[in-house]
Design a protein around this ligand. Structure first.
Ligand code: 2HG
Ligand code: ZN
Length: 479
């Protein structure tokens, strides 16, 4: 068992590296770094260290390696899986990257952006925009989450359908290894077949193999036109068919295709209070469709109308509201983006972030919903997500009159096991975009093969032989 480090020696060593202002040790100061943002995971840490440079991260890691001190790397602390906060042993220090928040270069010929890991996603997007470019990753927490965390969790979100996950958007990376060595490959190359592509080991590793300190990201042309519609559909099967039609009619233009169930819309509208539903009447299922293109607004709107008309004709579409102003676009998106926080506020949500092949989305939703409702019929079926990627946030919510704690104590495990099992049976994933952290760690033994788990541990041991970096996260114990 690792003993907590001698607090004075630790503080002294860290202050010598990052300076006194880069060290937080008072409980009130460390609190925001040891509790996750949904306040589900509460840990302890003797010290939060805030390096300002990669060199400082390297020195901190070298010291910790020499003294067997575990380290939890942290970006914006917006993880839903408990992957970015320490456990309650009080042995690990937290390294927060928030001071490393500089955009270092934008190359508009190469269409790349080089930045430090602590730049927030919204700052990265704004910097791209200032250079008349798009950095396309789009997730609700963009104001707080950081590029290093986005890479470490291979973040997805609402524009993956068009632009891919974070893994698809990175060209180069800089990482500090557990023993303090720096692996720096901040190249903006689109072609480089010189052996193993090591950067991809660290993308999605949730800080268990190294600490990402910098990256080179792809930039895209800014779209000239955006068309958005909030559409009531017959059911998820009709939504899948509508997506097929939208793609056939508009090619690459479909940027987002988000499914929303009636209980999800009820919940978020109740939470927002002053926002009306975009549609008249209540519908069981809706989709938020966004098209973007380099052409003019008028022709993109015409394409959207064509898609909706085809959908109406086939009776996939029941009703539709087309955004007629930027304010509408923002309002439609606000409704979608706030669903997650509405659940956090309400409490009593069983979060299942699954993906299945698109052709299996509708049968999966039907089967999983029936199975959950058979257990507790008044459960509110908050189902939404990035349907175009086959990614369903299947989040059954407690019946209105039930206490959140009781509901979760009774159903969290059986319901998530059931939903994950059904997704797995469809050749799906039990964590489509939220990662593993601590929340899903032990489930991996059920859903990954022995060979996969052995390989994961072999990689972990090769890079982090002392198991000091984000210990207890991602990798389940195997014998
Ligand atoms: C989203 O798509 C996020 O809004 C959060 O991935 C989903 O809270 C959730 O389950
Ligand atoms: Zn999502």
């Amino acid at each position: 068992m690792t003993l907590p480090p001698n607090p004075e020696a630790l503080l002294q060593a860290m202050q010598a590296i990052v300076g006194p202002t880069g060290c937080l040790s008072a409980a009130a100061d460390t609190e925001p770094f040891v509790t996750d943002y949904r306040r589900i995971y509460h840990g302890k840490s003797p010290l939060v260290v805030l390096p300002a440079t990669t060199e400082q991260v390297s020195q901190v890691m070298a010291w910790c390696y020499a003294h067997d001190v575990p380290v939890v790397p942290q970006g914006g602390n917006t993880s839903l899986m408990g992957g970015a906060v320490p456990d309650d042993s009080g042995t690990a220090i937290v390294i927060s990257l928030k001071r490393m928040n500089r955009v270092l270069a934008i190359d508009t010929v190469n269409d790349t952006m080089t930045l430090e890991a602590g730049v927030t996603l919204s700052a990265a997007r704004a910097a791209a925009e200032d250079s008349r470019r798009l950095f396309p990753l789009r997730i609700g927490s963009e104001g707080s989450c950081q590029i290093g965390g986005n890479l470490s969790t291979n973040a997805g979100g609402t524009a993956v359908l068009r632009y891919g996950n974070m893994r698809d958007l990175v060209l180069g990376i800089e990482v500090v290894l557990p023993d303090g060595r720096i692996f720096s490959s901040l190249k903006g190359l689109r072609k480089d077949n010189t052996g193993y592509d090591l950067k991809h080991l660290f993308v999605g590793a949730e800080g268990t193999l190294g600490i990402i300190t910098g990256a080179v990201l792809k930039l895209m042309p800014q779209p000239r036109a955006t068309s958005v519609a909030f559409v009531a559909v017959q059911n998820p099967d009709a939504a899948v068919k509508l997506l097929g039609e939208a793609r056939a009619l508009s090619g690459q233009a479909v940027t987002a295709f988000e499914l929303i169930s009636a209980p999800a819309l009820d919940l978020v509208l109740g939470y927002l209070g002053d926002v009306p539903s975009p549609l008249e009447g209540r519908h069981d299922w809706m989709v938020l469709i966004e098209l973007t293109s380099g052409t003019d607004e008028e022709s993109l709107n015409a394409t959207l109308m064509q898609i909706l008309e085809a959908g109406l004709e086939q009776q996939w579409v029941v009703d539709a509201a087309v955004a007629s102003s930027l304010a509408d676009v923002q309002q439609f998106w606000r409704i979608r983006e706030e669903i997650s926080d509405a659940q956090t506020r309400t409490g009593g949500s069983i979060k299942c972030d699954v993906s299945v092949p698109l052709s299996r989305v509708a049968p999966f939703i039907e089967q999983a919903s029936a199975a959950v409702l058979a257990l507790e019929p008044a459960t509110r079926m908050v189902i939404y997500g990035h349907m175009g990627d086959g990614n369903v946030h299947f989040n059954p919510l407690r019946p209105a009159e039930r206490d959140a704690k009781d509901f979760l104590a009774q159903w969290y495990k059986p319901v998530s096991d059931l939903v994950d099992g059904l997704a797995h049976a469809e050749n799906g994933s039990i964590s489509a975009e939220h990662g593993i952290g601590v929340a899903k760690r032990d489930d991996l033994t059920k859903y990954k093969s022995a060979v996969e788990l052995e390989l994961m541990w072999q990689v972990k041991r090769a890079l982090d032989p002392k198991n000091l970096l984000n210990p207890g996260r991602v990798l389940p114990r195997i014998d």
